[in-house]
Write a protein that binds this ligand. Structure first.
Ligand code: HEM
Length: 462
């Protein structure tokens, strides 16, 4: 889509003193669209982009708000001029009610320091361990599926959610399956639910008001904090042992001056990893299956690769490099249904994006959902074609499921290893198909893009 003629005077003039610097809907059009924004935010985003172009300004005075979809402008925000854009946005502030100032929401210096200290928890041995945890989760899933009567339909989305929680839980806490580890995961997820519910109400009561939702949030955060505190105390008691999982690695990490993460910082990272590493991976896997089940040729190719590499056994880390098609399927699902469907930034200073003047303080909304549908970068953008990721020709600058630049996802390789091994192992053992009359579920954007009604598929042992 051509960049909009943003420098022309905008007939909308200004919104309560904030000048219009890019095309977009006026206040009345926005009010009329309110119902469709709530019903189908993805369709609204896409139609706004189609109507107004690659830089859209919403009629909101504070903060001035822009939807930026021009690939070069997106790269400028995330990579080229990244230091001019911070994370102090409504989206990240809401998340911080649960994650505290963990890596995902921290900004500037605290973020830089944390990123250095957290990086060792994602090193090569962690990826190897993730392959092992994935195999354990697969074993349990297979036992469940094998116990179903032949021809059963099962909710594959629920299976993916369960497996992904198991993998991130094991990666963080190893085989420490104490009640606290489980309490921590479930308290994190229930706190997250409240945060999503808050985001859906235009006027959210402040967090200190004792509304039922705020009380639930406070309860979950208390339970979460208690579980982390007990786990940390336990770990300190066996401090001299070799680090066995990501929590040990976080506790052992030191910067050049010998300083480690504080207790609060460790707590915030642990919660961040559960929030950032559970539903994202599950969503990518569910949409992979939703797409594969509707594309028998792709399923056959995935099965052939799985048969050749795994020959029916559970996968290990060394298989990962030999599963390019499984990874291409994952990439194509991440392109069409990017779990992180919105990435936001706050402009620290004035900038110019694709010809439009962006004032300091502006909210920048980037949507991988739209960038991944840019016709200039992707031929037949809405078609499921994993093959496009097998060649060298793919335009990776328009592929941002994990973000880009300094704030790029730290768990990307974690997600690829887990995702590709899961896809291959499942394809090696089962054929998945839609029951008669069913097809691709409707996509509902929450924290990630969720399939409405789950993903009921027929699971047949091959
Ligand atoms: C398919 C799975 C995943 C997707 C699609 C995904 C997506 C993303 C995206 C888009 C960002 C950048 C956000 C921004 O720029 O504002 C991000 C950051 C992050 N992700 Fe992921 N993620 C995935 C898996 C994981 C996993 C498995 C973990 C950890 C266990 C993780 C931990 C993080 C953290 C800590 C950050 C913040 C990094 C920083 O700012 O330094 N993610 N992720």
């Amino acid at each position: 889509m051509a960049a909009a003629a943003a420098k022309q005077p905008d007939p909308r003039g200004s919104f309560l003193g904030t000048p219009a610097t890019a095309p977009g809907p006026d206040g009345r059009a926005m009010l009329r669209a309110f119902g469709s924004i709530r019903r189908d935010p993805l369709a609204y985003l896409a139609s706004t982009w189609r109507s107004y172009g690659d830089i859209v300004q919403f009629p909101i005075p504070r903060p001035p708000s822009y939807l930026v979809s021009d690939p070069d402008a997106v790269r400028r925000v995330l990579v080229g001029n990244a230091r001019a854009y911070g994370k102090s946005t409504i989206q990240y502030r809401a998340l911080s009610l649960v994650t505290g100032e963990g890596l995902l929401v921290a900004d500037t210096e605290p973020w830089r320091r944390q990123r250095r200290l957290v990086q060792p928890a994602f090193h090569h041995e962690t990826l190897e361990a993730i392959a092992g945890h994935t195999a354990v989760a697969l074993r349990r899933m297979f036992d469940g599926w094998d116990a179903l009567p032949p021809g059963s339909v099962t909710d594959v989305d629920a299976s993916m959610m369960h497996a992904a929680l198991e993998v991130v839980g094991h990666a963080l806490f190893g085989t420490d399956l104490s009640a606290d580890a489980q309490r921590l995961a479930s308290a994190t997820l229930s706190a997250l639910e409240v945060v999503i519910a808050r985001a859906r109400v235009p006027l959210t009561p402040p967090a200190w008001l004792p509304t039922p939702n705020n009380r639930k949030l406070a309860r979950s955060v208390r339970s979460l904090d208690g579980a982390v505190a007990r786990m940390l105390a336990e770990r300190r008691a066996r401090r001299d042992e070799v680090p066995a999982d990501m929590l040990d690695l976080l506790l052992a990490s030191r910067d050049e001056s010998g300083q480690g993460l504080s207790r609060q910082e460790v707590r915030d990272q642990v919660v961040t990893f559960i929030v950032a590493g559970h539903e994202t991976v599950a969503s990518a896997l569910s949409w992979s299956w939703a797409l594969i089940a509707g594309h028998p040729d792709a399923q056959t190719r995935l099965q052939e690769e799985a048969d050749a590499v795994l020959g029916g056994r559970l996968p290990g880390f060394s298989d990962y490099e030999r599963l390019p098609y499984a990874r291409a399927v994952l990439d194509e699902a991440l392109r069409l249904f990017p779990p992180a469907w919105l990435v936001t930034r706050s402009a620290r200073e004035a900038d110019v994006l694709a010809g439009a003047d962006i004032p300091a303080g502006a909210l920048i909304i980037l949507s991988p959902w739209i960038v991944h549908r840019q016709p200039s970068a992707w031929g037949d953008p809405v078609e499921f074609r994993p093959e496009r990721f097998l060649g060298a020709s793919v335009d990776r600058s328009s592929f941002i499921p994990f973000g880009a630049g300094p704030r790029m996802c730290i768990g990307r390789d974690f997600a690829y290893v887990e995702g590709a091994l899961m896809l291959a192992a499942i394809a090696g053992r089962y054929e998945l198909s839609y029951p008669p009359g069913c097809g691709l579920p409707h996509a509902e954007p929450q924290v990630t893009i969720r399939p409405v009604g789950g993903l009921p598929l027929r699971v047949r042992r091959r």
